[in-house]
Design a protein around this ligand. Structure first.
Ligand code: ADP
Ligand code: MG
Length: 199
């Protein structure tokens, strides 16, 4: 199972989403690998510098070029779970990852431009591949948030979860994984699993 965390923009929570999903995929699985396809390697650095026990058995592969990404994805066995963190503004890399995906998670934030950027990513996702949004760093009490949810619902686009804005989540590698973050991303993980089994 290959879960691609896909966005064309930086700062929408791709790395945070990838790291939390990788942590949650862990405990019951034989093998979980996080493939970091961003040359910045922020997901790889995060896991390397964290003491969180949820990362204990996680494999990390840095694959910052199309060639390395293809290689990393080729090596996957049937029961492996792989989470792919993708770089911003690299359509070709993203396209390569999407071609190999079993399920796609699209992180976004709330805001006018964000909606059109999400649509651009959704257009790149192969037909019939399960895809869902995760709304990151959300202020769930705002009008904008509720309007955005209504828009996605009208368009038939699945929202697999909302992650509230939290200091503990923004702490990244310098803190433990946040209980709020784990709760929110657990819902996303379950939806992604269900969607991938249904396909
Ligand atoms: N739920 C959240 N609450 C607060 N800050 C968040 C949350 N999710 C992500 N962030 C912060 O937003 C910034 C961008 O997130 P990141 O995962 O690095 O995005 P990307 O990989 O898309 O560039 C980071 O500083 C991160 O800590
Ligand atoms: Mg990133």
């Amino acid at each position: 199972m290959i879960v691609v965390v896909a966005a064309l923009k930086g700062g929408v929570g791709k790395t945070t989403t990838s790291v939390y999903l990788a942590a949650l995929a862990g405990p019951n699985r034989r093998s979980v690998t996080l493939v970091d396809a961003d040359a910045q390697a922020s997901a790889a650095d995060w896991i390397e510098s964290s003491d969180d026990e949820l990362f204990e058995r996680l494999n990390v592969v840095e694959a910052p070029t199309e060639r390395l990404l293809a290689k990393a994805l080729d090596r996957i066995h049937d029961d492996d779970v792989v989470i792919v963190d993708t770089p911003p503004a690299q359509e070709r890399m993203l396209g390569k990852a999407l071609d190999a995906a079993s399920v796609v998670v699209v992180p976004t934030r709330i805001g006018g431009v964000e909606t059109s950027r999400v649509r651009a990513v959704l257009e790149m996702v192969p037909k019939r591949m399960p895809v869902g949004l995760v709304i990151n760093s959300a202020r769930t009490f705002t009008r904008d948030y509720h309007d955005a949810l209504a828009t996605w619902a009208e368009e038939g686009i699945s929202v697999w979860g909302t992650v509230p804005e939290r200091v503990a989540i923004a702490a990244g590698p310098s803190g433990w994984l946040s209980p709020d973050g784990l709760d929110s991303y657990r819902r996303v993980w379950r939806r992604a699993l269900r969607a991938s089994h249904g396909s």
